[in-house]
Design a binder for this molecule. Structure first.
Ligand code: SF4
Length: 181
């Protein structure tokens, strides 16, 4: 299975093989979640604390042999172009949900980690009822404790594409042997 080709066909501006050694969850990233900087902490099954401890997340990631990193790069009019940022974010979410859907069909067992919290449902069922779509839920790389800039750098992918651009990054983990059958 050529995952890079699949990602580029899904519309991502860039896709590279993930350096699996770079998947080192960091407590300081989880601390940023609990400081509630994105206002999703404790509101979604996909986010901490519901997505599990940092040890649990690390164990889940280590269950996969390979992965890819994918990026959407949006052009901005200037640094304050909030509409441009929102447009690129929405496009990245759309592309990544489509890629995750395909990957789950092809690989069965895989782990897509998105940019930003799960937005599958307008209002998450957390904490009163179970997740409506456990097979479609998307946790973020940050929720798994990953410092995205570091994962990019260690995988040979730019994290930032320079002035007047905004970049969103996600990753997809899988077992190569299973998907190459
Ligand atoms: S799929 Fe829906 S219920 Fe499940 S984590 Fe995402 S938003 Fe919440």
């Amino acid at each position: 299975m050529n995952w890079i080709k699949l990602a580029l066909e899904a519309g991502f501006e860039d896709a590279v093989l993930l350096n699996m050694d770079a998947l080192e969850p960091r407590q300081e990233v989880r601390d940023m979640c609990s400081a509630d900087r994105c206002r999703a902490f404790g509101t979604r099954w996909a986010c901490p604390p519901a997505c599990g401890s940092i040890e649990h997340c690390e164990k889940r990631m280590k269950a996969y042999t390979d992965g890819i990193l994918v990026q959407t790069v949006g052009e901005l009019e200037d640094d304050f172009d909030s509409e441009g940022i929102a447009r690129a974010n929405a496009e990245h979410k759309r592309r990544f949900a489509a890629l995750a859907r395909q990957a789950r069909m092809i690989a069965g067992d895989c782990l897509p980690l998105s940019a930003g919290t799960c937005t599958r449902c307008e209002v998450c069922t957390y904490p009163d009822r179970p997740c409506r779509f456990p097979d479609k839920m998307l946790s973020s790389m940050e929720a798994y404790g990953l410092l995205v800039s570091e994962v990019c750098t260690r995988s040979g992918m730019p994290y930032n594409r320079g002035e007047k651009t905004i970049t969103f990054t996600s990753c997809l983990l899988f077992n190569k042997k299973e998907t190459d059958k």
